[in-house]
Design a protein around this ligand. Structure first.
Ligand code: ADP
Ligand code: MG
Length: 449
């Protein structure tokens, strides 16, 4: 495997690795592969290179192609779920009884449903994440971890990392591998969808992007009599949520701001229904036999293509089926991941902790707040991970492939439905959870093998 041998090849050559480390960080900074720091999260004066791997990682081409090919169907699926109020209400009925955050989102959803949605234009920007499961026969299979329908990140950074790896490989004299680094520009595809939605909204000026906090929207936002949204005196065509996917993002006032934006004529990315379509509970309900078929009655190929990527997903709702799930998890906790309805990394529960939660030993025993998922076991590969504040060392790593999807619908017309790029994130196998922003995973690039 190309990059495995790359990391191993240079293992004995400390001097080369130190040289490459310096070159790599410098190149990342030059190419804008940057992040704000934990210490000063709102400063534009103190930034650091975003964490990334020294070398690209190997990925089977067939599985990469499979993930790209299924994306437009996942786009359609997410969009259909967002329009199916019966499905959403049924899927989330037990969750909202015990999970306050999902319940608050759901309340907004129900209000909008009753009032009638004011905006027929929908723009969806999502990222479907996968890990590769090492099967007993030695082959790997593509397994979906989740679909992110709100604030799916790293589209910008992953557009810039190919240039960084190309330069590192050039300096390392690995020209063969250098040629294998794929072009990638999700930022362009995501922007294209936003621009189309903006055009459909009927704005007359040039596109102006402003960043606002929920509290700014609260203070200076209003709806006019036609429900047009104004913030700080400017009409808003599209609300792109970079935030709002975890309870900590909301103060009481923020909920009012969210509701105002949902009610407005502005195009929401995502709207509240699409946000809910990305919950883990919905993912688990989709894995039930017959559910995909209901959404795609005339397209068995699409159904098969999507289902092929599903790992085992099990309900923990009260009742016989949920009891069975509990028994299964308690018998083999290392084979599963227990997931609450949260986003952003670091929330999942593994191993013995699963038993503690399910046996009610760890605070709340409201098991319906969680779903159980089969644990995916990828083949580890060696790499060096560059993270600020951590010394460089050869690590055993696991990768997660994300595929970006973008779509725009107006009423019943799907005007754009595309797969717009990829993201490879790699983390040391000692961590079971956590993304790039959480400080665990690093940006990477695939080398297709
Ligand atoms: P979040 O919304 O917090 O990103 P995820 O479902 O993506 O939730 O889980 C977070 C991380 O936990 C993933 O990036 C992955 O590293 C790990 N993980 C999640 N599900 C599984 C699974 N079924 N098998 C193995 N690891 C998993
Ligand atoms: Mg995730």
């Amino acid at each position: 495997m190309a990059s495995m041998s790359m990391a191993e090849d240079v293992l004995m050559n400390e001097v080369l690795i130190r040289d490459l480390e310096a070159v790599a960080k410098d190149t990342a900074v030059l190419h804008g592969v940057l992040m704000r720091t934990k210490e000063t999260p709102n400063s534009s004066e103190v930034v650091c290179f975003a964490p990334f791997s020294l070398f690209p990682s190997p990925l089977p081409k067939v599985l990469f192609d499979q993930a790209l090919a299924v994306q437009t169907n996942f786009n359609r699926l997410v969009d259909m779920i967002s329009q199916d109020s019966t499905f959403l209400q049924e899927a989330l009925a037990s969750t909202i009884k015990v999970d306050d955050f999902t319940a608050r989102l759901f309340n907004i959803y129900m209000l909008i449903l009753q009032e009638g949605c004011s905006q027929p234009i929908v723009v969806g920007l999502n990222r479907s994440d996968y890990m590769l499961n090492q099967e007993a026969d030695g082959n790997a299979t593509l397994k979906q971890i989740e679909i992110n329908t709100i604030a799916a990140g790293c589209g910008g950074l992953s557009s810039r990392t190919p240039a960084v790896h190309r330069h590192i490989l050039k300096v390392a004299g690995r020209l063969e591998e250098q040629k294998m680094i794929l072009d990638n520009n999700p930022a362009a595809g995501l922007a294209k969808a936003l621009a189309l939605a903006w055009k459909l909204y009927g704005s007359e000026r040039n596109i102006l992007v402003v960043r606002k906090r929920f509290e700014d929207v609260c203070k200076t936002g209003l709806l006019d009599q036609d429900k047009r949204l104004f913030v700080g005196g400017q009409e808003v065509a599209i609300v792109y949520f970079r935030n709002g996917y975890m309870p900590q993002n909301y103060r009481e006032q923020s909920w009012e701001a969210r509701l105002m934006m949902e009610r407005s004529l502005a195009v929401k990315c995502p709207d509240i229904a699409t946000h809910l379509a990305g919950t883990k509970k919905v993912q688990q309900e989709l894995a039930r036999p017959g559910v995909l078929e209901k959404f795609f009655p005339d397209d068995p190929e699409a159904v098969a293509q999507m289902r092929a990527t599903f790992a085992g997903l099990y309900t923990l709702d009260e009742g016989e089926e949920g009891d069975k799930t509990v028994a299964m998890a308690l018998a083999n906790p290392d084979q599963y991941v227990l997931k609450p309805q949260r986003e952003g990394g670091g929330n999942n529960i593994y191993g013995a902790d699963i038993c503690q939660v399910l046996l009610g030993e760890k605070g709340s025993s409201d098991r319906a707040a969680y779903i159980l998922m089969e644990k995916v076991h990828p083949q580890p590969v060696y790499n060096y991970l560059l993270r600020s504040g951590y010394p460089l060392k050869l690590s055993t790593c696991l990768s997660e492939l994300g595929i970006f999807g973008a779509y725009v619908r107006q009423g019943t017309n799907m005007l754009l439905n595309e797969c717009v790029g990829h993201l490879l994130r790699t983390k040391s196998s000692e961590y079971s959870d956590g993304g790039v922003t959480a400080g665990v995973a690093v940006l990477d690039n695939p080398i297709l093998i």
